[in-house]
Design a protein around this ligand. Structure first.
Ligand SMILES: [Zn+2]
Length: 324
């Protein structure tokens, strides 16, 4: 398994949430025993400039700690802490681009950070400063490394940042967006303005432990592969739908989160489409362990089969919705 990580992803001043990346790697290393046939390859991020995907005005504004304080919803933030956050997210941004190149070589690669899906070209938002997803898509298309990129975003929040940035690419048939999110949390209602970029939508519902979501996912995941025929997939694997998450209050079990990851990655493998996975949201204490267990299972050489419960038809209203 090819993983991109740097110690600089972690920001101590943000507490355990700011250090979840290093904690995830620690769990991951403990699951890959040295004598096992599966090996863990850890790569440092190559350097990519955020200037390629953001306006100069926005990047200048990040020198003001007040701007970061608002994006991170913090009551206070020193200049030193602000600089640490900017540096960490620049590395994570580069990490997703680096992992995308590794995915092209190996079929699958993971950035143990990134998935900063609320950031757009002109603005940061919702703990996200740099639009690594937009940047990865633009890079792949501009460099001729992909012609049609599918974004599968199963974080609990709508990916409003790249949805704003990539509208023209969607119109041109170069990008397809499959976004699952809780419809009544951040960035609602502002997110409504960019919903036109979404091709497929699944709702996360507060009471669902994961069974209902899995029904929708299994029914919907093949559609973009059949209809859009992607040659690259960006998987935004936020774990904030998991029970115990203090931000979203959703109730998916840890097993449901791992099964969801398996369905997405195995679908890409079955279709022969390279996939890069990035970590995105997830704020509960269990996140590092669950992500590590999920990645370890994805590294195993056998394919598990997850079948829909017979007879458990989701009703049409909440089924995978084709937005266009
Ligand atoms: Zn989220």
């Amino acid at each position: 398994m090819h993983v991109v990580y740097d110690n600089g992803y972690n920001v101590r001043s943000l507490g355990s949430v700011g250090c979840k990346y290093g904690d995830t790697l620690r769990h991951l290393k403990s699951l890959f025993s040295p004598d096992a046939s599966q090996s863990l390859h850890i790569h440092a991020p190559s350097e990519f400039s955020v200037a390629a995907s953001h306006t100069a005005e926005y990047l200048d504004s990040l020198q003001n700690p007040e701007v970061l304080r608002t994006i991170f919803e913090l009551e206070a933030l020193s200049a030193e802490e602000a600089a640490a956050i900017v540096a960490a997210q620049k590395l994570q941004y580069s990490g997703t681009l680096t992992a995308a190149n590794l995915a092209l070589q190996h079929g699958f690669a993971v950035n143990l950070g990134g998935g900063l899906h609320h950031a757009s070209r002109e603005a940061g938002s919702g703990f996200c400063l740099f639009n690594d997803i937009t940047a990865t898509v633009e890079y792949l298309l501009e460099m001729g490394k992909a012609k049609r990129v599918l974004i599968v975003d199963l974080d609990a929040h709508q990916g409003n940042g790249y949805e704003a940035d990539l509208w023209d690419r969607c119109q041109a048939g170069q990008v397809c967006i499959f976004d699952a999110y809780h419809p009544m949390i951040f960035p609602f209602p502002e997110g409504e303005l960019v919903k036109r970029s979404i091709h497929y939508y699944i709702p996360y519902m507060p009471e669902d432990r994961g069974d209902v979501f899995m029904e929708y996912l299994l029914k919907g995941i093949d559609k973009p592969f059949d209809e859009f025929q992607p040659d690259f997939v960006v998987y935004v694997a936020g774990t904030d739908p998991m029970e115990g998450d203090p931000v979203t209050k959703l109730s998916q079990t840890a097993e449901a989160i791992k099964d969801r990851d398996l369905v997405v990655v195995e679908t890409c493998r079955r279709r022969g489409v390279p996939v890069v996975m990035c970590m995105s949201g997830g704020y509960g204490d269990a996140v590092p362990q669950v992500v590590a267990e999920s990645l370890h299972r994805l590294s195993l050489p056998f394919v598990e089969c997850i079948d829909a419960e017979p007879g458990a038809e989701p009703d049409g209203e909440n089924n995978v919705e084709e937005m266009k």
